[in-house]
Each structure stands twice: as C-alpha cells, then as structure tokens.
Design a protein. Structure first.
Length: 277
C-alpha cells in the first residue's frame, strides 16, 4: 500500500503558530522533504521532532521528486515543508505534488500559516477577489512590464518582495498604478518586529526611502485594485442586462462594445454568464 504525501504549513515567524496536527504529522511521517534542511532542522529541534530530512528545493526538485515518489510507493509517508508558511505558495513542490497525483498517491493538506492570507486579513482592502503575483522579476524592465499589465486589474493585488528591492518595487508601482493607489505593507509578519502600514503608494514609498519603514526582513505588499476598471465593468454589466432582453446577442455585443470600448468576446462571455448564450 502506498504512503501519503502531507503538505504541511509551518510558521512564518512565530513558532507557536505551528498547529498540534502539523507537529504530530511531522513526528509521525517517515521522511520530511524540506526546502532548507538546516532551517527546518532547527524548527524540528524546538519541538523535539527527530524525523529524517531530505532537501527538496528549486534546484533539485526534478531529481528529488523521483526519490520521494519511490519512498511513497514503498509505503512510507512523507511530509513536504517549505522554509516558512504553506508549501507551493511561491515555494517549491508543485512538481512533486503533480507527480504524486499522476502516480495515484494520496496528497493531504495540513493547513496553517501563510504570509499571503495573513497579510490579506489585516490589509483593510477587499478580499472577496484577489490576484496573487508572488515575487516580481528582479530586473527592472521585466518588473515594469508585469506591473504595466496589471494596471487595469480590478482585483486586490498581492506581492512578495525582498528587502533589497522593496523600494524599487514601490517606485515602479507608482509609475504603473499612480501614487494615490491604496496599499498595505506587511513587514516581518508574526515576528518580534512585525510592522504593518496602510497608506498610498506615494506615502509608503517615502517611508521606505526615509527608513520609517525599516528595510529589514520580508515584505508582503497588498495593493488596491483599479477602481476605474471596477466601475467600467459595472457599466458594461448594466448595459448588457438592459439590452439583452430586447436585442439579439450579436447586436448587444456590438452596441456595448462601441459605447464602452470593451472587447466583444468579453461581452459575449457576460451574456453567457447571464444565461443568454
């Protein structure tokens, strides 16, 4: 009988955030595949867990996946952990999980801490719909291109950023989104020197540059969506609803596209969503 692959969330800062179930799982499995065995080893030592460790990170995941699958096929249970938070969320592991599914293995989540959800919960921005972008490209032009493509995105945007690039990232966000866009910056969430700041991009960029927001630790940046896009989307929906009962779909799409500038394919999709397709 095959073993189970457990995807175990670990603390993003405060070790007391490790759930009792996660702690027990880490103690019970035969092997822990860890992004950084030294870091995870220290966490395990704190909780008195002595399970065998295997390094699995971005640079060796392709090779180590076969090793872990073989362990599972032999009936052993394996836990996958990242350095902090929930594995696969801007961390290694999707190749392993995909391979486990393809091999017919059981993959079970042990949920817990995540910098993504922690930041969203305290950001004070809409969370019913959001877009997680992870880490932006390190090179300026590539980063600017990604941000430009997100300028009209109406959903709340969430980014991870390193201490070395947070100032440059906020500067590029101002260029793409405007200095008045609302933003929350979470620094060192759940750690001793946790800091959360809510203002506009312009204000928080100045605070980072001045050192009021310390350039230390790890950052989560939560940016408000484009309100203009939301209003435009609402206008399109209102027109579609008003006209759909009076005109053929093709004519509705033509008129709404001309009035709002929205693409016809997008309008047809709205018609389908309304049950008109």
């Amino acid at each position: 009988m095959s073993g189970t692959l457990f995807i175990v969330a670990t603390p993003i800062g405060n070790l007391e955030d490790l759930s009792p179930r996660a702690r027990q799982t880490l103690a019970d499995v035969d092997l822990i595949a860890a992004e950084d065995t030294r870091h995870t080893g220290r966490v395990l030592l704190h909780f008195g867990v002595k399970t065998r460790l295997l390094a699995l990170h971005d640079h060796n995941e392709a090779d180590r996946t076969a090793t872990v699958i073989a362990e599972l096929q032999s009936g052993k249970s394996v836990a996958l952990v990242s350095d902090a938070g929930t594995p696969l969320i801007s961390d290694p592991g999707y190749r392993l999980v995909q391979a486990a599914h393809e091999a017919g293995m059981t993959v079970s989540p042990i949920p817990g801490p995540s910098a993504l959800t922690a930041a969203l919960s305290v950001a004070g921005l809409p969370t019913d719909r959001f877009c997680f972008e992870g880490f932006l490209p390190a090179k300026k032009k590539a980063r600017q291109d990604v941000l430009a493509s997100l300028a009209s995105e109406s959903r709340t945007l969430v980014f991870y950023e390193s201490v070395h690039r947070v100032g440059k990232c906020l500067h590029d966000m101002i260029d793409a989104f405007g200095a008045d866009r609302s933003v929350f910056i979470g620094r060192e969430l759940t750690k001793l020197h946790e800091q959360g700041s809510f203002a506009t991009l312009g204000v928080l960029h100045e605070q980072v540059v001045s050192g009021e927001i310390a350039s230390k630790g790890e950052f989560v940046i939560v940016v408000a969506g484009n309100c203009a896009s939301k209003e435009s989307s609402l206008e399109v929906d209102q027109l579609v609803v008003e006209l759909s009962g009076k005109l053929p779909d093709k004519e509705v799409a033509r008129i709404v596209a001309r009035v709002t500038g929205e693409k016809r394919n997008s309008i047809y999709k709205r018609l389908l969503d309304l049950g008109r397709g």
